[in-house]
Design a protein. Sequence first.
Length: 426
Amino acid sequence: IKMIRLVCKQVVNNIPKYNKNLLNYQNIFLSNSTSICDVKYNISGANDPYIGLNEDQVGIYDVAKSFADKELLPYAEKWDEEEHFPREELKKLADLGFGGIYVSEEGGGSGLNRVDASVIFEALSTADVSTTAYLSIHNMVAWIVDRYGNQEQKETFLQKLVTMENFGSYCLTEPNAGSDASSLKTKAIKDGDHYVLNGSKAFISGGGDSEIYLVMCRTGDVGASGISCVLVEKGTPGLSFGKKEKKLGWNSQPTRAVNFEDCRVPISNLIGNEGDGFKIAMKALDGGRVNIATCSVGGAFACIEQATEHMKVRKQFGKTLSQFQHLQFKLADMAIDLTAARTMVRQAAKMIDDENPEMAVHCAMAKRFATDVGFNVCNDALQIFGGYGYLKEYSIQRYLRDVRVHQILEGTNEIMRLIVSRNILK
């Protein structure tokens, strides 16, 4: 225990080299009796999430995992049951620098890379996939403003996104434009120094609760080249929201339609140039696919750990489940698939960092594989629990419900296969 405390104290003392925003949390963690330094991990070699990480990334993982265990895990079941959006806990994550993980330091963010981000999202998802997934979407919005916005837009919008004083939502999907995103219909027509928006967006995470909406809309002709990207603030006349959707999972984040009816938005809120919207959206989705894939990895890791412990204590036919070879092999396959998924995700993240010209196809490959593996591992873990896994007092079912949607959003896994096959056959 002394060694664990010492290692954790070293991690926290090193926080400033990851991000200056973490400096204020050093004393909070060290003075809290239930802090990071009281966490003890039980990670076997086959499931080790530290493999391939450098010293800094190990420290980042530990900080994120400790926050998850202390601030997310004890409440995740309640948030899921009550469909509660944990704004205060998300703001605490922003205090740790996680509101703008790969936003540049010049933009007020943490200035970390995509591999670092995948480490953070994986660690947080071991406690709460749903809340972490929203955080990943918010980070995508902040990154777009940092990467493509002008200085005035950064000063107006970015700082409040990084601190999560304002929450962000990404608005691409429409009722009749899902996988075929370039066919979107939401129109933005110039009228003086404003755009007038009319249309509707569907399945928007944070819809109705977020303060900033990054909206892909049509300023030109049909097709991808006619799409632009604008920022719309909550409270803008003509902006409204549909009912809060009742969902299988992702219940700790609200999902609503976002509607525009003669909604006047300043032209100064245009991100990039007219016609850049689809390119911006696709660049963002490369990172979004890696983020959502790593959330699946984190959820699956938690389920493997729980299934392992269950197998050691649950007895049938006079011996523990861990003594049945069939279940030993099942557990081994779960660990093998999870490790392969984690490796693919981190490789794709590294390709984004390196601006590798083939990053899009590798992000698609990682997303397809890791989200399928994530669901299958959670499902296998539930099977190991038997009838108990089907009860809501056991968290396996929550992870299963939360990771299921990852096979659909950020581009369905069928579209990921299309991206990969086109790349092979070009």
